[in-house]
Design a protein around this ligand. Structure first.
Ligand code: SF4
Ligand code: SF4
Length: 94
């Protein structure tokens, strides 16, 4: 999904650079290339590409990342897809 853009300025992703130890785990696990190494510092370079999957926050050893995973666009897209494929009622009832 390289190049995919989420709605602008709505992601809940937040990075506390004061806590970050620049381990690059978030770069490794993020499927949307949201982070990059800038010199020896990890920074957010594509905030609007974040789909709030939560992988970065779960894998951050310094608790420097926060994201409300599963409540934003990703959940909306999945719900829309399920509705389009008439699977939503099945999912909701199980
Ligand atoms: S995983 Fe956490 S500590 Fe490591 S570079 Fe990313 S934000 Fe910083
Ligand atoms: S929540 Fe997922 S998509 Fe967003 S920055 Fe973290 S790993 Fe990347």
């Amino acid at each position: 999904m390289k190049g995919f853009k989420y709605l602008r300025n709505v992601t809940t992703l937040k990075m506390d650079s004061g806590k970050c130890i620049n381990c690059s785990k978030c770069i490794e696990v993020c499927p949307h290339h949201v982070f990059a190494l800038n010199g020896d510092k990890v920074t957010i370079i594509n905030l609007d590409s974040c789909m709030e999957c939560g992988a970065c926050a779960k894998n951050c050893p310094a608790a420097a990342l926060h994201v409300d995973s599963g409540v934003g666009c990703a959940a909306g897209l999945i719900t829309e897809w399920l509705r389009d494929h008439r699977l939503l009622a099945k999912v909701e009832c199980c």
